[in-house]
Write a protein that binds this ligand. Structure first.
Ligand SMILES: *Cc1c(COP(=O)(O)O)cnc(C)c1O
Length: 431
């Protein structure tokens, strides 16, 4: 399978090159040349397949013959070594919990899959050592650190804004050591992001280093997110028709993977993109104008994105036709106060503790269901313990700390403070 750049000014590349490059040389996102729906029989018998078997059927056409079947199956087994349960909230609402992985956010699946693909390519001769450079506002850094720990031939450099990630998140990305380095940037997430972008354009660096990104622009992080939607369908298909998914969205990678799953034939009635006040996409669907803005800080901080990178992929799937897009995608935005009320309601009415991102998903779903008849699933993208300072005062209860978090919380933080781009550049050059 080849991938083309959405800017259409770069050469088409193989899966391997798309993973190693991250972004095309013309700065476009890579997109598969062809999407072939899976056979009807697969959907009719999906309940007899294990999660690993489902994932293999879903991803194999995109990987093509660049990773042999046995190696790809091995990668999938190692990626998916935790559960993806559906929890019933009421008669027509359920949640799909995606936080049972090592860092307790859904990004674990994409990070683990991408790390293992890179490790496989590195075993082949004539592949240079790869440096994964990533900026994080919180969850990405931890998932990437954990997913890439100990992967041979790969160095990971994580930039995070000093004092602006939660304690748990900081420990997750600064305590692992080995091939993982954390740079603590005096500045905001936007400053980290700018430095990373500058590095990808710096000819001194790209002539000597194999730099790649581990954000959802990378196809190996983005595409495995299709699995979740199949796992949900497998669990619910005997009971329900008319499934709709509400996805708490920031960079729109997760929801775009859901729409890809639908392109593969998964029966989904509607997708709902639920956002916080960073409402670029809801506004676009309302007005037809796409207006990126500076991001605003909210309590669902992993969705504080003012120009969602993956939205161009969604537009590509719908041939840039907004009227077709509107038929398949609804989008609503919510304030922090509404999000807190939703967390309270979920706890008081249904005894369910949601994190702020999941709560936004719940709100979007509820809004859609006031006018439509369907079975709704909202994705719970992180464990509430990752946002203790927000969740505990709202539900008025303390949350038990799971073992994955206990393991990191007492470890010693190791980071290197930087404030200027040149410090990043020197760090990368001497590595
Ligand atoms: C990253 C993240 C999101 C947003 O996902 P996108 O793919 O960027 O839309 C939502 N919730 C949590 C907890 C996240 O970490």
């Amino acid at each position: 399978m080849n991938f083309y750049s959405l800017k259409k000014k770069a050469q088409n590349v193989s899966f391997k090159d798309a993973v190693i490059k991250g972004l095309a040389p013309d700065k476009g996102l890579y997109f598969p040349e062809k999407i072939t729906p899976l056979p009807k029989d697969f959907f009719n018998h999906i309940e007899y397949f294990s999660n690993e078997e489902i994932a293999f059927e879903v991803i194999k056409q995109f990987v093509g013959d660049e990773i042999p079947e046995t190696a790809l199956k091995e990668i999938i087994i190692e990626t998916l070594n935790f559960d993806f349960p559906i929890v019933k909230i009421n008669d027509n609402i359920a949640t799909l919990e995606l936080f049972h992985g090592p860092t307790m956010a859904f990004k674990d699946v994409g990070a683990r899959f991408m790390a293992r693909c890179l490790a496989y390519f590195n075993k082949q001769e004539n592949t240079k050592k790869v440096t994964v450079l990533v900026a994080t506002s919180g969850d990405t850094g931890g998932a990437v650190a954990s997913g890439f720990l100990g992967v041979r031939g790969v160095d990971v450099v994580i930039l995070y804004p000093s004092g602006k990630v939660s304690d748990v998140q900081e420990k997750q990305l600064t305590t692992l050591g080995n091939n993982i380095k954390a740079l603590e940037v005096e500045g905001t997430f936007d400053d980290c992001q700018k430095m990373v972008k500058k590095a990808f354009l710096d000819s001194d660096l790209i002539s000597t280093k194999n730099l790649t990104s581990a954000n959802s622009i990378n196809v190996a992080r983005w595409l495995p997110q299709m699995f979740y939607f199949f796992f949900a369908y497998k669990q619910l298909k005997s009971k329900h028709r008319n499934l709709v998914f509400s996805i708490p969205s920031g960079n729109f990678g997760n929801i775009c993977a859901g729409i890809m799953a639908q392109q593969l034939g998964l029966p989904v009635k509607q997708f709902i993109a639920s956002t916080n006040v960073n409402d670029i996409v809801p506004n676009y669907l309302k007005t037809g104008k796409y207006t990126p803005k500076l991001s605003k800080q909210t309590i669902s901080n992993a969705m504080d994105v003012g120009n969602p990178s993956n939205f161009v992929r969604i537009l590509e799937i719908y041939n840039n036709d907004i009227s077709t897009l509107k038929k398949h995608l609804s989008s609503y935005s919510f304030t922090d106060n509404e999000t807190r009320e939703a967390m309270k309601e979920l706890k008081q009415k249904y005894n369910y503790i949601a994190d702020p991102h999941g709560a936004v998903g719940y709100l979007g779903l509820k809004k859609y269901l006031t006018k439509n008849n369907a079975q709704g699933i909202f994705l719970e993208t992180a464990h509430p313990v990752k946002f203790l300072d927000v969740v505990e005062p709202v539900i008025n209860e303390t949350i038990a700390i799971p073992k994955q978090i206990k393991e990191v919380i007492d470890k010693q933080k190791v980071s290197i403070k930087i404030s200027k781009y040149n410090e990043l550049k020197q760090f990368l050059l001497v590595k």
